[in-house]
Design a protein around this ligand. Structure first.
Ligand SMILES: Cc1cc2nc3c(=O)[nH]c(=O)nc-3n(C[C@H](O)[C@H](O)[C@H](O)COP(=O)(O)O)c2cc1C
Length: 225
């Protein structure tokens, strides 16, 4: 009976006094309000161990049926970064000049983005997040994935959070389509590129668009039956 459940104690659970709970929730919320997507990076190196810890945090994400359908390819070498930049810029040029519907360009306008993606070469780390559509067991049998997009989205959120808390700047980048990453990174077709997390120090004097977040009243309803 290999699939019979076995249980262990909840690891290191510690209940907090309400004051401490409040303090931590507020401190973390304040920290996360400071996170911004950065598009101007410094080429200053960042210790690999920092990135490893952040990936470990990402890999702690919950996932549908614990299938952990994420893969992370960490790119640091200049030649591969250049290939990714050139391929991404080709897709992005086609997007901005031909494929993008007017309404999409309208909502992008406030960000001031265009088809040029120098950060793909300048930032020290490109973390390519992939989503597996199925897993191939060593015996060749196939395990289908459930809720893989939701699971990888949550893992990516944890990765961005960990990188931010570690004091790094990030950019969530989604050149579309992204099949070129399978080819450049030599990944099988059941690993679908999900997005690229660009990480590093912000460039000195980096600017970000002056955009606002929705107020809680707009996005949260405390349901009353
Ligand atoms: C799924 C996803 C895809 C994104 N793709 C891009 C992208 O391709 N290029 C880019 O410059 N920003 C991209 N962004 C960043 C958003 O534009 C950014 O998160 C948004 O404008 C809010 O700004 P903030 O992150 O500074 O709060 C993406 C964000 C998400 C969550």
């Amino acid at each position: 009976m290999t699939n019979a459940p076995q249980f262990i104690d909840l690891p290191d659970y510690q209940e907090l006094p309400i004051e401490e709970m409040l303090r931590r929730a507020q401190t973390f919320s304040r920290e996360m309000q400071r996170r911004r997507t950065v598009r101007e990076f410094s080429s200053r190196p960042v210790a690999r161990e920092v990135i490893e810890h952040c990936l470990q945090a990402a890999a702690s994400a919950p996932s549908g049926a614990n299938l952990q359908p994420w893969r992370f390819v960490v790119v640091t070498d200049p030649a591969t970064k250049r290939k990714i930049r050139l391929a991404a810029e080709a897709e992005e040029r086609d997007f901005y000049e031909r494929r993008a519907p007017r309404e999409w360009l309208d909502v992008l306008a406030v960000l001031g983005t265009d088809a040029n993606k120098p950060f793909l070469e300048i930032a020290p780390y490109l973390i390519v997040v992939l989503r597996t559509t199925h897993e191939v067991r060593p015996d060749g049998s196939i395990v289908k994935q459930y809720y893989s997009a939701e699971s990888v989205g949550i893992a990516t959120g944890l990765l961005l959070t960990a990188l931010h808390v570690a004091g790094l700047a990030t950019l969530t980048h989604t050149p579309s389509p992204m099949h070129f990453l399978n080819q450049i990174l030599n990944r099988p077709s059941h690993e679908r590129p999900f997005l690229i997390v660009v990480a590093g120090y912000p460039a000195p004097g980096a600017k970000v668009p002056a955009i606002a977040r929705k107020h809680l009243e707009e996005i949260v309803t405390w349901h009353q039956p």
